[in-house]
Design a protein around this ligand. Sequence first.
Ligand code: NAD
Length: 480
Amino acid sequence: MAEQLDYLNYINGEWVGDSYKKIKVFNPATGEYIGSVPDADEEHAKQAIEAASQALPKWSKKSAADRSDVLRKYFDLIMTHENEIAEIMTKENGKPLKESKGEVQYAASFIEWYAEEGKRIYGRMIPGKRENHRIKVIKQSVGVVAAITPWNFPAAMITRKLGPALAAGCTFIVKPPEETPLTCMKLAELAEEAGIPKGVINVVNGNPEKFSETVMSDMRVRKLTFTGSTPVGKLLMKQGAEQVMKLSLELGGHAPVIVCDDADLDQTVEMLMAAKFRNSGQTCIAANRVYAQSGIYDELVRRMTAEVEKLNVGNGLEDGIDVGPLINKEGFEKVGRHVQDAQEKGARVTTGGEGQANTEKDTYFYMPTIIADSNHDMIIMNEETFGPILPIAKYDYDNEAVKAANDTPFGLAAYFFTQNVSRGTRISEGLEYGIVGWNDGIPSAAQAPFGGIKQSGFGREGGQEGIEEYLEVKYISLSV
Ligand code: NAD
């Protein structure tokens, strides 16, 4: 791999934008410069819209099998370059290399799965209202799609949109995040190599506001799919109102975890460690707060503390590292505020509770932390933390825990642990969330409909539902 990754934007099959000033990308673990992309203005967004519009008729009319062949080739290429992509990802995002490899596999699985699912876009025939009347229902691609994605999963947040969009016959324009654009550029390079026709995928790095204003005011763009924070999601929803744009919003979360006294604690601890500490807790479905029943509360705190103390924090490129840095100073300061507030309100830090900031290098690590004796007066029990901090509160009755779990504007993911099927059924049905993990802390999969309710957004990524987001329904009323 080249020492520095200086990329241009990818529009209409060309690499463009050399004259723009650059968005510089730094390794959050070391502060080293690793590469750049253009800081483009609305001109590139306009060119990308034109390219995607030009490419649309041919791509959308291809047979599903032909689109599938190209997507399958793309999947194979991503997997062949798994190590290279993972290394870029770790350098720009900070997550440990083993996690980056896991993300590349997960990201690629959406290309593979939708390459097949695109062959199953069925319509139906409905008996008409007269003897000589028929109603035919067909599904067609929505058209040109624009996507805006976050830094925490630099590959997967793109392919979860790209896979179903392309399989449905849409053409695609993506604006990657400023913090981690290089993984996306590598994916664009591989798309070109896979033979995805020019204009079908376009990547525009640059000013986010100019990008969203441009794509949302052009009637040729029919859908915006966004993953990111709830405040930006709300802004985009307002902007989209002007042309009644079709939207999917994958926004913030604040996942609760209920641990019942009959839970298998070995399984619970293993799953909680994954649900909380991967990506340094910077995951939209990260376990954000635990409610442990009084019978197992002390034991769970003890076991989680012991497990967390085994984690190694550091540069994700080095062997044996489990937890990398936080993405930036703002993230680090937010984590510190949440911990301090909890301590001031009577919580007990059983391990961690401190950070290491190097302001010269601009690198920020926070020690994985367990906070016992937490309660709902604390910010950490009410807001998404996005860091390696796990507060644990005690509860007595299941309905009390479910009520506390639901007491939030968010509704993305929730988890609970019990061996009792009746109890588990009641809890799973009572939780107001789009995704519920029952004895499971890692629920995401290409074949499952990932997404939230309430202020965590709407729309689904993955599964049968995921491709519907990129299809319009039309019925043809026919007199024979
Ligand atoms: P963010 O909202 O700040 O940024 C996300 C993207 O939006 C970036 O590409 C950014 O450039 C762009 N953006 C920022 N301001 C914009 C504006 N005014 N107009 C148009 N685009 C704009 O979020 P983030 O900090 O990058 O990501 C973290 C958030 O994403 C967390 O809240 C997390 O929960 C959420 N997230 C949700 C999911 C999900 O599936 N629901 C998945 C991953 C992350």
